[in-house]
Design a protein around this ligand. Structure first.
Ligand SMILES: [Zn+2]
Length: 175
């Protein structure tokens, strides 16, 4: 017997959105957006970075499942973004290659901020860096895949950035 919560999820999945979110334990997309089984196609990775397997996952859901909305969901106080800023300020020699592969994908979008006055305001620096990192992931999804570019141009696929506030629980959509 299928329990109540599983009814309707044994057929083909038809998620209403694809979410690329951070692995942070305080930011699970389904709970943030109050969605249930089968509603969201979620990809989670520290720092909501875009690497080939993330692009491939988005391509799969957009192409095969027909989902037409992609949300890159960053969040306030992101540890991966904070670690990247710390690494830029005080490079750690003992960082594993695997963790470096995450930091190196966040670095290009945030390192310019350290050359501004923001470097004197730790909280504001992290805040701006989180948003810059979300925008970078949005741009990489919009322009880093022929499959997605075609779906955007021809089939109305939308890729948007958003930030979840751990403090208020509110999701701020950028555009
Ligand atoms: Zn995070």
């Amino acid at each position: 017997m299928i329990s109540h919560s599983r009814r309707g999820v044994t057929g083909p999945q038809t998620p209403c959105a694809i979410v690329l979110g951070c692995s942070d334990s305080r930011a699970p997309a389904e709970i943030v957006f109050d969605q249930g089984l089968g509603d969201l196609f979620v990809i989670r990775v520290a720092g909501n970075i875009v690497a080939p397997s993330q692009v491939g996952s988005v391509e799969f859901a957009a192409e095969r499942l027909g989902t037409r909305l992609v949300v890159v969901l960053g969040h306030t106080r992101c540890g991966a973004v904070t670690a990247t800023l710390e690494d830029l300020q005080r490079p750690a020699s003992n960082q594993s290659w695997n963790m470096s592969s995450i930091v190196s994908r966040i670095r290009p979008s945030v390192e310019g901020l350290l050359e501004t006055e923001l470097r004197h305001d730790h909280e504001l620096l992290i805040d701006r860096a989180v948003r810059a990192n979300v925008r970078a992931s949005v741009n990489q999804l919009r322009h880093g895949s022929d499959v997605l570019e075609l779906l955007i141009r021809r089939d109305g696929l939308r890729v948007v950035g958003a930030e979840y506030s751990l403090e208020t629980g509110v999701v701020d959509f950028f555009d």
